[in-house]
Design a protein. Structure first.
Length: 480
């Protein structure tokens, strides 16, 4: 049975061309002119993939994505977007979109992206002790032959396997065995991409509540006006759009774990309400009178210097000390190079399973090469780079040539041109100099593309073209 795709776009020409092109590839394709029509179709039919325009009259692509996730659908979604909507498209990925593609696009590029999305989200089975499949058979979706962990504690297992996280492992074991249980809140600190969510999920595992829900929310990604409702729920009629009662995360989590990512971005008013919830272990839904009990453990995470935020009046010191009952600080990946091989091989096994590949584990030589790169984006950067390589290249054996030049050469993209020249001790190409300066400027402007473009003396469109040219769009767009 062919895989089913729903194409949503108010522009008939684009919708029809995609329907025709994807049908010719053997897919069963349905078109929808509006977001409302798409929601109605998805209510009655199931699809393996949704391709939707970002900006449409009525229900937008972003709202369609949010509705799907709210209804419990995990269907992969590809966003189509114009140049000016890149930031919103990146935000859609944080909310659960698989990927986005910019208009105008080539049909061949869309076909490749469709195949990658379906391959990445297709259920895979693990078959041990079978002969290695050929690359041709892998492209047809053959099953992975890599052994994978069947442990009930995969996140804790990953931490235990990393020599550089030995201190964190011992702390997590104490948290798990604490008699205080879920009354003990935990604050996880570390640079962006360092693995704070992995630690939070490991806490959930060692707390003996693995079967209970793990509920997470990014406090920086949800408007403050909606964040309180997301956490505490609301009653019908509590505000204009409250058409029915909604249970919040504190209620849904039950005896499990609530992970408040980027807690440093929460507004001060909501911080005071959160403090009362943590202290009293009770709350009310927005617009409600009934007091409900919080049984879940609260784990918060931040990459901000909260002490500085307290001095600036942006974070409550009483909430800080209440969250800091147990504080876990994750060192950046550059300070624990001994973990690079462990993480790399874990991600290879993960993507082998998801993509139906059988890429061999990394050689000592490749690990040594990757240890020379400082990984400014930490574990997230490594995982994203490897995912892109395995989707596009499907390598049997990974080598340094598969990685971007600056990674293979161990060059830190955050450093300026003079620092790069002095550290390299040799001449470099003009394109490398241009790329390094663009990344350096983005770093200094905290990924503000408008400001970076002004400093560089180019337009935002030119800056985006340069980022695509140097294959660094993911790095530059990830500003959290």
């Amino acid at each position: 049975m062919s895989e089913r795709i729903l194409v949503v776009d108010d522009e008939a020409a684009i919708r029809h061309s995609l329907e025709e092109a994807l049908t010719a590839e053997g897919f069963t394709v349905t078109g929808a002119e509006t977001g409302e029509a798409a929601l109605a179709t998805l209510h009655n039919e199931s699809y393996d993939l949704v391709i939707t325009d970002l900006k449409m009259p009525g229900v937008t692509g972003l709202e369609l994505l949010q509705a799907l996730r709210h209804q419990g659908h995990d269907t992969p979604v590809i966003m189509m977007t114009a140049y000016g909507d890149v930031e919103t498209a990146v935000e859609s990925m944080r909310l659960g979109a698989y990927d986005f593609i910019q208009k105008p696009f080539k049909l061949s590029a869309m076909k490749s992206q469709v195949r990658a999305a379906l391959r990445a989200t297709r259920p895979a089975t693990v078959e041990l002790n079978e002969s290695p499949p050929s690359k041709a058979s892998r492209r047809r979706g053959a099953t992975s032959t890599m052994p994978v962990s069947t442990s009930a504690s995969p996140y804790m297992d990953m931490i235990c396997a990393c020599p550089g996280l030995g201190g964190i492992r011992k702390l997590l074991e104490k948290v798990g065995s604490s008699r205080a249980g879920n009354d003990t809140s935990v604050l996880v600190r570390g640079e962006s991409g360092s693995g704070k969510e992995i630690v939070a999920r490991a806490i959930h595992e060692v707390s003996g509540v693995g079967s209970a829900p793990f509920m997470e929310i990014n406090c920086a990604a949800v408007p403050e006006t909606l964040l309180e409702s997301e956490l505490m729920g609301h009653e019908k009629g509590a505000f204009t759009d409250a058409k029915a009662r909604k249970e919040g995360l504190f209620e849904v989590a039950g005896d499990g774990t609530i992970f408040l990512d980027e807690i440093g971005e929460m507004g001060v008013l909501l911080q005071s309400r959160l403090l009362r919830v943590i202290e009293n272990r009770r709350f009310r839904r927005v617009g409600g009178k009934e007091e409900l009990t919080v049984n879940a453990r609260i784990v918060a995470a931040t990459n901000r210097e909260l002490e500085a935020a307290i001095q600036e009046g942006q974070f409550r010191n009483d909430l800080y000390y209440r969250l800091q009952v147990v504080e876990i600080i994750i060192p950046p990946l550059r300070d624990r190079p001994e973990d690079i091989g462990v993480l790399l091989n874990a991600f290879i096994q993960e993507f082998n399973l998801k993509l139906g590949l059988r890429t061999e584990l990394a050689s000592p030589e490749l690990i040594e090469t990757l240890q020379r790169y400082p990984w400014p984006g930490n574990v997230r950067e490594m995982r994203n780079v490897l995912k892109r390589i395995m989707i596009l290249e499907e390598p049997d054996i990974l080598s340094a040539s598969h990685f971007p030049t600056h990674i293979a050469q161990g060059r830190d993209p955050r450093l300026g041109r003079e620092a790069q020249r002095s550290s390299a001790g040799s001449l470099t190409s003009l394109s490398d100099v241009e790329r390094d300066q663009i990344l350096y400027t983005l770093e200094k402007t905290e990924n503000n593309k408008s400001k970076a473009a002004r400093i560089l003396g180019i337009s935002r469109q030119t800056l985006r073209e340069k980022l695509r040219q140097y294959a660094v769009a993911d790095e530059a767009s990830d500003g959290d």
